[in-house]
Design a protein around this ligand. Structure first.
Ligand code: GCU
Ligand code: CA
Ligand code: CA
Length: 481
């Protein structure tokens, strides 16, 4: 099927086997993958782009993503792209950089010279006149050669996509699924076999868009199954709007469950995105899909080109125009696996672990727990402070109980050891005696004493704060000084 003779192939395979014994894929197959497709970064850098962390310090964009909880980098491959971006050399350069930064790697083969997606699966120019038999060989050879170049650089990607958003197949017309499911399946197998010939431990993904569309997924994967296609993981895209993400997430989770049970394969959400300016909705969307897909046995969630800002008209990144990430990216930190239940500590006014309030401790509104609640003065920077001890560094869950009898938010920031972990809104609860629990926030605490604070960011001060709850392994309230 390919140009290599059997003997030449055997020699390469032996060489690769030797290489692999020294460069086995990271033993991270069990961990949930959180990451990003950043295929644009080299082209962006070449045109002068730089990225800044949350504090405004310029950093390698990969480091910024890592510091936001990401562990996986996805890179697309085009066959013979104009200008070279996303061609094999560019992909290998980015893969080496991601590998050296400690990321797990996903390679995404678009079998095209440019974008392949549900609307277009255009054959590479060099393959345009080929017969279907030749196209299968082309897919094999291109996949094999790219994987081989990665392998000679010690890179055996954990995940490899054979095709990108192949809702209706690939390499149109021959591989159009609605015309010939068999041709589509055989092209998938050509890619699958080439991946495994170089890197038997790589997981092959077939990727379809609109993860909420169960009918589409059943049609596509029933067709592949019925035509003998081989694949390891079902990949999904998901690009909801602020107004429909809840519905689409629920439909995506039920489709994920159906895919797992129907085909016995893993499922991974390989592309997500939302408008870069809808930061609150985007963060909520991401937190929800990360948590629910992980709990449903999903393998990961990857954001598509989050680092894009003012770039090629793309509006669904997760970056601000000032070069810093939006708060949406924080969802990947807070989406870290929850700790085993661990200890729960409820910090109350006047007890160990309560370090003070810029205001008073009151008891004039019913419904509080303990002896009362912290009432900050109506001033910006007025806060409430607590201190806990953690036996070891790790993730802990924070949640607070508050009441806000006004009609507006009482915004503030949640600070851990002096650094802002997240902004908080402390919205109206209806009355000063109507107490409510905040959502929970995952905080990385260090071993030993940790300071936690809620601090007002507007002149209204905070809502009234009844208590702060910290949950995690061995956590305890500790004296403030
Ligand atoms: C009222 C209310 C207080 C509250 C304050 C505020 O005075 O009784 O409990 O803290 O409003 O606006 O912050
Ligand atoms: Ca107050
Ligand atoms: Ca209280």
């Amino acid at each position: 099927m390919d140009e290599l003779t059997g003997r030449a192939r055997a020699a390469i395979t032996t060489t690769l086997f030797l290489l692999m014994s020294f460069h086995a894929p990271a033993a991270s197959a069990q961990a949930f993958a959180k990451g990003a497709d950043v295929s644009w970064i080299t082209q962006m850098e070449a045109s002068g782009y730089r990225w800044y962390n949350d504090n405004g310090t310029q950093q390698d964009v990969l480091q910024i993503l890592k510091d936001h909880g990401m562990n996986t980098i996805r890179l697309r491959v085009w066959v013979n792209p104009a200008g070279g971006w996303n061609g094999v050399n560019d992909v290998v350069a980015k893969a080496i950089r991601a590998r050296n930064a400690g990321f797990r790697i996903m390679i995404d083969f678009h079998y095209s010279d440019s974008w392949a997606d549900p609307g277009k699966q255009t054959k590479p120019a060099a393959w345009r006149t080929h017969t279907f038999q030749q196209l299968m060989a082309d897919v094999y050879q291109h996949t094999f050669n790219t994987m081989n170049t990665l392998a000679t650089n010690g890179i055996f990607p954990e995940f490899v996509q054979v095709g990108n958003e192949t809702n209706n197949g690939m390499l149109w017309e021959e591989g159009r699924a609605s015309s010939s499911m068999q041709n589509y399946a055989w092209l998938v197998n050509s890619g699958y076999d080439a991946v495994k010939a170089v890197s038997p431990n790589s997981k092959v993904i077939v990727h379809v868009s609109n993860g909420y569309d169960n009918g589409l997924f059943r049609w596509n994967f029933d067709g592949l199954r019925d035509n003998g296609a081989r694949w390891d993981i079902i990949g999904m895209s998901l690009y909801p709007e602020p107004g429909n993400w809840q519905t689409l997430n629920s439909q995506t989770i039920s489709n994920l469950n159906d895919m797992r049970s129907r085909y016995g394969k893993g499922v991974m959400i390989v592309e997500v995105g939302m408008s870069a300016t809808e930061v609150t909705a985007s963060k909520a969307f991401l937190q929800d899909i990360i948590t629910r897909s992980r709990n449903a046995g999903g393998l990961g969630v990857l954001y598509w080109e989050p680092q894009a800002y003012n770039w090629q008209g793309y509006t669904k990144g997760a970056w601000n125009a000032n070069g810093r990430p939006t708060i949406a990216l924080d969802a990947f930190i807070e989406g870290s696996p929850p700790q085993p239940p661990g200890t729960i500590v409820i910090l109350q006014e006047n007890l160990t672990g309560f370090c003070g309030v810029d205001g008073t401790i009151d008891n004039n509104h019913a419904g509080y727990t303990g002896t009362g609640f912290a009432n900050t003065s109506n001033a910006s920077n007025a806060g409430v402070r607590w201190r806990v001890n953690a036996p070891a560094a790790g993730n802990f869950t924070l949640q607070w109980r508050f009441a806000n009898g006004t009609t507006g938010n009482r915004p503030g920031s949640l600070r851990v050891n002096g650094a802002t972990l997240s902004t908080v809104t402390l919205p109206a609860t209806g009355a000063w005696n109507t107490w409510t629990n905040s959502g929970s926030v995952t905080a990385g605490l260090r071993a030993g004493a940790n300071d936690i604070a809620l601090v007002a960011t507007t002149s209204g001060g905070l809502a009234n704060i009844d208590s702060m709850t910290v949950q995690g392994n061995g956590v305890s309230a500790t004296a403030c000084n």
